[in-house]
Design a protein around this ligand. Structure first.
Ligand SMILES: CC/C=C\C/C=C\CCCC/C=C/C(=O)SCCNC(=O)CCNC(=O)[C@H](O)C(C)(C)COP(=O)(O)OP(=O)(O)OC[C@H]1O[C@@H](n2cnc3c(N)ncnc32)[C@H](O)[C@@H]1OP(=O)(O)O
Length: 299
């Protein structure tokens, strides 16, 4: 899928070469009046800078940016729009409200609902992952807060991760702490970043890594002061965008295709598996207990 996309998107370097006069005119214009396009809805704010070809996507689903069915649907639609946009080469993913990048999947979507709902929800989770992990754009996670489970997955899907240097913020796949299990494609995504040994231990323990630990284990690439997360993401992006798109995209696809194909070829079975797992009484009970613990912690 990504390979086809990569070939389809080989236009970028050619456009830069053949259209250089036009491009540099446009750059001059942009230096004077930076042209920014907005694609916002009520859950996601996007600002696409036409001069740089970089979109900043801010998740805005208070209070904790949980990944509800509605949010995931909006997310995938927005990502698809940017993917199809020839003017967009890079994506910076971040949170509109610092302190929480994303609390992961919305637990309420997995509690007390019908099997049909669980199926629809899980398909939306798969879709988000396929689109983000398989993106042809350069993707950078600007992690400006805590990022458990599905939030960590989103960050791991990106090509590069910059996290706010604050030990109060933690990131990790903590599913076992909820009495649930990270599916094989969550596991593969993490393993592709930090390796099998770290993943095996972290997943069994449902470990959340405070920012300094996350850097030590390679879960994130860089820690910077909180106020510099966005600007660092922009400068790292500028470096990545110096590489010709077609070469980088084909390389990315070559590295990720085996992982994405595993889900693409097993999507229905994976949904069935999720539905049969999540509808078990024991799992429903675990999730309820976990939500209760969260509420009590707050009190
Ligand atoms: C064999 C296997 C086969 C198939 C696999 C099958 C199934 C399993 C796969 C499932 C994969 C799951 C992935 C996930 O992402 S699960 C979600 C995990 N997320 C968490 O554990 C995060 C929990 N939250 C927190 O730790 C904190 O809330 C957080 C994010 C650090 C913020 O802390 P704080 O600022 O103090 O805010 P509060 O805790 O007070 O929370 C505010 C408010 O939000 C509610 N909330 C928090 N997180 C979630 C969430 N993920 N979903 C829904 N709601 C959430 C919280 O309860 C509070 O609500 P209230 O009404 O009390 O205000």
């Amino acid at each position: 899928m990504a390979a086809l996309g990569a070939l389809r998107s080989c236009w970028a370097p050619a456009r830069l070469l053949t259209g250089s006069a036009h491009h540099s005119n446009r750059l001059v214009l942009c230096q004077q009046t930076s042209i920014k396009r907005h694609f916002s809805n009520n859950k996601i704010l996007v600002e696409l800078d036409e001069a740089t070809g970089v979109a900043v996507m801010k998740m805005k689903n208070p209070p904790v940016n949980s990944l509800s069915l509605d949010f995931l649907t909006e997310f995938s639609i927005t990502l698809e729009k940017l993917e199809m946009d020839r003017g967009c080469r890079g994506l910076i993913l971040t949170s509109a409200s610092p302190k929480i990048f994303s609390a992961g999947l919305d637990i309420m979507e997995m509690c007390g609902k019908s099997a049909e709902h669980y199926g629809e929800f899980w398909r939306a989770v798969q879709e988000m992952w396929l689109k983000l992990y398989g993106s042809n754009m350069v993707t950078i996670a600007a992690i400006n807060g805590s990022s458990p489970a599905g939030g960590c997955l989103m960050a791991l899907c990106c090509d590069y991760r910059i996290m706010a240097d604050n030990p109060k913020y933690a990131i990790g796949l903590n599913e076992t702490q909820l009495g649930i299990v990270a599916p094989f494609w969550f596991k593969d995504t993490m393993s592709n970043v930090v390796g099998n040994r770290v993943t095996e231990q972290a997943l069994q323990l449902g470990q959340m890594f405070p920012a300094p630990e996350a850097l030590k284990f390679g879960l994130v690439d860089q820690l910077v002061p909180e106020e510099k997360v966005q600007s660092t993401a922009a400068s790292v992006m500028a470096q990545w965008l110096t590489v010709p798109d077609h070469a980088r995209q084909i390389t990315k696809s070559m590295m990720r295709k085996q992982t994405t194909d595993k889900l693409v070829n097993n999507r229905e079975a994976d949904i069935k598996n999720f539905v049969s797992f999540i509808t078990r009484d024991s799992i429903q009970k675990s999730l309820q207990v976990y939500m209760e613990r969260l509420r009590q912690r707050k009190q």
